[in-house]
Design a protein around this ligand. Structure first.
Ligand SMILES: [Zn+2]
Length: 189
């Protein structure tokens, strides 16, 4: 227990975070509040605070527990043993919902990356054709027109992922499996 200026005995932040199943290496961890591959969640043992450079979440041990388990300030105090009271029940539905949310964000990010790559490739093809319009055969021109149709669709999807509603995004993710079976990749490389 550490005594801070407010006179509250708070459990050590490192221990609290590790007890929640999050591995900390040299003061860094994968953020539990957003999806990431490289750790940007920093834990400062001296100050007893955390700060995530990815999503901006920050605070102390109490904030961490509040945020992680969706608890009120008072319940977090009881949970951490700072205050006595009725044992706090952690709602598994909240953890599940957060996991779904994180998985959804990951899927959106991956899809976005993929579309960006396809868009870049097709833009490159477009520039090549624009620079040498005479080199297209009739068949090639028809194929090119098809690719440009795809490009418009990809750019529309990118726009939807950036500015669309939650339902629009879900709709796009569902359709993703059935579209673009690699033909763009082979055509544009
Ligand atoms: Zn974060």
């Amino acid at each position: 227990m550490k005594r801070n200026t407010m006179g509250i005995n708070k459990p050590d932040i490192i221990q609290t975070i590790e007890k929640a199943g999050i591995e900390i290496k040299r003061g860094k961890a994968l953020c539990p509040f957003h999806t990431e591959q490289t750790p940007s969640f920093m834990v400062n043992q001296k100050k007893q605070t955390f700060h995530c450079y990815g999503c901006g979440e920050h605070g102390d041990t109490i904030h961490f527990i509040m945020k992680l388990h969706g608890l009120s300030f008072k319940d977090a105090l009881v949970y951490l043993g700072i205050k006595s009271g009725q044992p706090v029940k952690i709602d598994p539905a909240i953890a599940r919902q957060k996991k779904i949310q994180r998985d959804f964000e990951t899927a959106i990010n991956n899809f976005y990356e993929k579309l960006c790559q396809q868009s870049r490739k097709l833009h490159k093809v477009r520039i090549q054709v624009k620079d040498n319009p005479g080199e297209l055969t009739e068949q090639g021109a028809a194929y090119f027109a098809g690719l440009m149709g795809d490009l418009a669709e990809i750019d529309f999807k990118l726009d939807t992922l950036l500015t669309g509603s939650f339902e629009d995004k879900v709709f796009l993710l569902r359709g993703e499996k059935y579209a673009y079976r690699g033909e763009i990749k082979s055509a544009a490389t």
